[in-house]
Design a protein around this ligand. Structure first.
Ligand code: GRG
Length: 330
């Protein structure tokens, strides 16, 4: 997933340049070595979806074309720094070689520095959040808790062919949806929306995040290595059995798949497992759930507003489904 429909909104493209400048200065320290490590994945790119959610939430009541406030930009920087910190830690856990099409931080500088630089990014995010408000600082701290909980839930189910759909949903609600929800909510708080609309924005972010992770998991099983920037079926190899796999395990073809999973997967076994999943109904069933989340996400926006920013959020949600459908068509 590369394109972000929110970027089609003219003012957002401009504000994104301001987010980039602030992100880069947020990680500058007296120590050029730490600055270099902390800036590595910022320079490498990324879609910046979470800052854009914050800007859209903060601008929900503003006339089209109004530049984002400095506080909204700070909110966007804080959520992206939390995302970055989680990526630094995640890549250590996965022993990943690449991220955002460049060498991962752990591959380049080793695990110890990657963990510390990840901690540094989280600390900077917290400092910036505390300049916005106590409520935003508390919300961001709670979100970091949720990310850790979601990731630990996932670790507890590794290689478990009896992992339940509920365990899967609880994990992705924490590790992915919580930060999207917080990003949109922080935007709503900064924009001083009424509490009902802030809750709706939060629900939008949650539902979007759930759909986002389900689609990400579909792509892991269907998209090419070239598109993914990582080997197809990486989740299966790592023992992370995602929704399409869990659904396939419940079908008649599930017995074949169950025999292959549960431990190490060599290349021929991975090919076989991928082909069982792709020829069964699990991918379509997972896509149906992603669509339901997208529908719910869109409905949450109905009462939030209808300016270009909110329309952009709708486009971002719809785009998730088209990207999954494209990958599934092959
Ligand atoms: C200490 C905050 C913290 C977390 C520790 C490692 C961990 C616990 C949680 C992992 C969270 C994680 C990496 C979830 C996956 C989220 C995800 C789908 C990331 C990819 O997001 P994109 O596609 O990436 O928005 P870009 O590169 O575009 O920003």
């Amino acid at each position: 997933m590369t394109a972000n429909p929110l970027l089609a909104v003219p003012v957002v493209a401009n504000d994104q340049i301001r987010v980039e400048e602030r992100l880069r200065s947020a990680v500058v320290t007296d120590d050029p070595y730490l600055t270099e490590i902390a800036a590595h994945l910022i320079t490498a790119g990324g879609k910046r979806s979470r800052p854009l959610f914050c800007l859209a939430g903060a601008g929900a009541d503003l006339p089209d074309g109004t530049p984002s406030s400095d506080t909204a930009l700070d909110g966007g920087v804080a959520v992206e720094l939390v995302h970055l910190g989680s990526l630094y830690h995640d890549d250590v856990m996965d022993e990943a070689d690449t991220r955002r099409q460049v060498e991962s931080v752990n591959a380049r500088w080793g695990n110890l520095k990657a963990i510390l630089a990840g901690d540094f990014l989280l600390a900077r995010a917290s400092e910036i959040a505390s300049t916005i408000s106590t409520e935003v600082a508390g919300l961001l701290a709670h979100t970091i808790t949720r990310l850790c909980e979601g990731q630990v839930t996932e670790l507890q189910s590794l290689h478990d062919v009896d992992r339940t759909e509920d365990q899967y949903e609880r994990s992705i609600a924490g590790k992915t949806a919580a930060l999207f929800a917080a990003s949109a909510r922080i935007g709503g708080l900064i924009g001083e929306l009424d509490s009902d609309r802030i809750d709706r924005l939060t629900q939008f972010g949650h539902d979007y995040g759930m759909a986002f992770q389900i689609v990400d998991d579909i792509l892991d099983l269907t998209a090419s290595e070239e598109l993914l920037g990582k080997p197809t079926g990486k989740d299966l190899v790592e023992g992370v059995y995602t929704l399409p796999v869990l659904y396939t395990l419940e079908t008649r073809a599930g017995d074949d798949l169950r025999d292959l999973l549960g431990g190490e997967l060599d290349a021929p076994a991975l090919d076989k497992a991928l082909s069982v999943v792709r020829s069964g109904p699990g991918l379509e069933a997972a896509l149906a759930l992603a669509k339901a989340y997208v529908l719910s996400a869109e409905e949450s926006l109905d009462q939030v507003g209808d300016n270009q920013l909110i329309t952009g959020l709708r486009g971002a949600a719809l785009y998730l489904i088209s990207s999954a459908e494209e990958a599934m068509r092959g």
